[in-house]
Design a protein around this ligand. Structure first.
Ligand SMILES: [Zn+2]
Length: 281
């Protein structure tokens, strides 16, 4: 009986004290700083019931509070994250996005424009671009990305994220992946666990595999010589997915490795453990 009386008496005592406490949302979400940069990837966990939105876009929260987002190569200096506690009101957290220096190569006095592909090739390019755009909208529930990423192959870094060529004053599309120089036939490994979204021959990237790691996070493996997996198959982290090559529009054998969060290409080197890539050419 004493217990019950105490319990009944509690609200009157506790409520004013609670009201005086700062709102839970006032405490800013502690974000891994390394991801807050152009090309950066941010993954973490929030306590149960917290909702997140980046620039007004609701983020999927995993069963253990997992979330992920990223910033493109040309992202501006700020982003707005809204954090909503259970039953509470959203608080806005302004994120400072570090600006990075990109490797820009200016080449002048080159022979004229590239050859325009024939109409049937143009149709193929457009069709494939639309298919890839649709795949990148995949927002699957299992947060495989939360376990981190590993190198899909070991070799010299022959091309970095963000680099760009300006030919005769005309900027070309920036390079939005990581090139690892490996001989044709080198076994490639899944950078994280996930599900195969695509495994087929594409015009630009040749034999290509795309893995879905949940919440819009995907990795892409281009210019392969052999595809070992089919769409819908599940892979474990580090599992072989096929072999490297020089298929598609390339000048030599290498793996082009891409990391994306929905439509945004991110810098794979920022999520990979240091060491496995040799050099930084
Ligand atoms: Zn590349």
């Amino acid at each position: 009986m004493i217990r019950r009386r105490t319990a009944l008496a509690l609200p009157a005592l506790v409520l004013p004290a609670l009201a005086a406490l700062p709102r839970p949302a006032a405490a800013a979400l502690d974000l891994p700083r390394a991801g807050l940069a152009q090309g950066g990837f941010v993954a973490g966990r929030v306590p149960p019931g917290i909702a997140l939105a980046l620039e007004g876009r609701a983020l999927r929260i995993g069963p253990r509070g997992e979330y992920a987002f990223g910033f493109g190569r040309d992202h501006g200096p700020q982003a707005m994250l809204s954090v909503t506690p259970p039953g509470g009101r959203p608080s806005r957290q302004r994120l400072a996005i570090a600006r990075r220096q990109w490797n820009i190569q200016r080449l002048e006095g080159l022979p004229g424009a590239m050859v325009t592909p024939p109409p049937e090739t143009m149709e193929r390019i457009v069709r494939e671009r639309e298919k890839l755009a649709a795949l990148r909208r995949t927002d699957s529930a299992t947060p495989h990305f939360a376990a981190g990423f590993r190198w899909p192959a070991t070799g010299r870094i022959s091309g970095v994220y963000g680099s760009q060529r300006i030919l005769n004053g005309e900027p070309r599309a920036p390079h939005l992946g990581l090139d690892i120089a490996v001989p044709t036939g080198t076994m490639l490994h899944a950078a994280a666990a996930g599900e195969v979204l695509l495994a087929e021959d594409l015009y630009f990237t040749g034999l290509t595999t795309i893995l879905d790691h949940g919440h819009g996070v995907q990795t892409l493996y281009a210019h392969m010589s052999q595809l070992d997996l089919a769409p819908g198959q599940r892979v474990a982290a580090g599992e072989p997915i096929g072999r490297s090559g020089a298929t598609g529009r390339v000048t030599g054998p290498h793996l082009h490795f891409g990391l994306s969060w929905f439509a945004t290409w991110l810098d794979p080197q920022r999520v990979l453990p240091p060491g496995a890539g040799k050099g930084a050419g």
